[in-house]
Design a binder for this molecule. Structure first.
Ligand SMILES: Nc1nc2c(ncn2[C@@H]2O[C@H](COP(=O)(O)OP(=O)(O)OP(=O)(O)O)[C@@H](O)[C@H]2O)c(=O)[nH]1
Ligand SMILES: [Zn+2]
Length: 313
């Protein structure tokens, strides 16, 4: 039988078969997939083949499908070990607010770079539009235009009043989504607007953490009532980490990537080199300075700066 992993608790996996029935499954033997060394062989979102054990509802996972993508977390204790948080994610929505809390463009850009590195489509949701002054709305429009030109879809929404929530729903149809953003940007409010009865654990866990309790939590996938799935990653707060080489960072800015064939040097880093198409586009205002600034920051940073799981509190 074939199914999708909806939940993992370490040794057991909840797998939804193609007929919609859930089965508790275990793994037998060792799996090696795509050369990743991870503490968990199977992750939420994985598509697996399993056999049901006789006269029971439980199964044994035999095979894992190649993953379209996956997001990871480095294990705290064993620094070399990787934990796969979730796999086969179609898209991530990044919730952005101008204030309460502020979302900085440097954060947005780091997030987008990570999404590109993971091969996950990112959509920017400018939330709380009901609270903005005309001036602030102008700023949202400016930012949205800038990110559209960079190649990203942007939607202004209000999770509270429901404005454009239908549009978000349409984007989610038939897909598996994640919802990310700083604490307080409205993730729970949006999920509640999308599916009133669903309560994701993300916020609850973060409260427990602030009280110093250590709870081991696992990602979980939920079916929504309108043919869409959400992956919740409690306690992980964000999008995992990804290691990048300096040479590939520019490729994760789609508007740079499109132009780089016109740079004089094929290995141009778009910093000091002459006849650089990216710097020319910058001078002509065809590329946003704030995007380029983020690029330089990421290029200059130590490894920690590549990480987007460091949310400001
Ligand atoms: N006016 C207005 N308030 C909103 C909107 N979306 C969320 N809020 C409010 O912003 C606050 C934070 O929203 P949450 O949904 O809890 O934010 P969150 O991202 O889930 O936060 P964490 O759980 O800490 O990660 C709440 O008081 C919400 O009522 C919106 O579109 N408009
Ligand atoms: Zn260049």
């Amino acid at each position: 039988m074939q199914g999708t992993v909806y939940k993992s608790t370490g040794s057991w996996y909840q797998v939804k078969a193609e007929n919609g029935k859930f089965h508790e499954c275990r793994i037998k033997g060792k799996f090696r997939i795509q050369g990743i060394k991870s503490t968990n062989p199977v992750a939420v979102g994985d598509i697996v083949k399993f056999d049901l054990e006789e006269d029971t509802n439980t199964g044994v996972i035999k095979e894992i499908h190649n993953r379209e993508n996956y997001i990871i977390r480095k294990s705290v204790n064993l620094s070399k070990q990787t934990h796969i948080i979730a796999a086969n994610i179609d898209q991530v929505f990044l919730l952005i607010t101008l204030n309460n809390p502020p979302t900085l463009t440097t954060f947005i850009d780091r997030f987008l770079v990570t999404a590109e590195a993971y091969h996950i489509n990112a959509i920017l949701l400018f939330n709380k539009v009901d609270t903005y002054s005309p001036e602030e709305l102008g700023e949202v429009k400016y930012l949205a235009e800038m990110y559209r030109e960079a190649g990203y879809e942007c939607i202004g929404i209000s999770a509270k009043t429901g404005k454009n929530v239908e549009k978000v729903k349409e984007k989610m149809l038939g897909k598996t989504s994640m919802i990310s953003g700083h604490s307080g940007t409205g993730k729970s409010t949006l999920v509640n607007a999308l599916e009133p009865k669903l309560e994701l654990k993300t916020s609850e866990i973060s409260v427990q953490h602030s009280q110093g309790q250590h709870t081991t939590t696992f990602a979980e996938m939920y079916d929504l009532s309108f043919d869409a799935r959400i992956i919740d990653t409690p306690g992980i707060k964000g999008f995992g980490v990804v290691d990048m080489d300096r040479e590939e960072i520019g490729d994760y800015f789609p508007e740079f990537f499109k132009l780089k064939q016109h740079c004089k040097f094929h290995n141009c880093m778009h910093i000091e080199e002459p006849k650089c198409a990216i710097k020319e586009a910058l001078e002509n205002d065809e590329i946003a300075w704030s995007r380029y600034k983020s690029y330089l920051q990421i290029m200059a940073g130590d490894e920690d700066n590549y990480r987007v799981d460091q949310y400001q509190k």
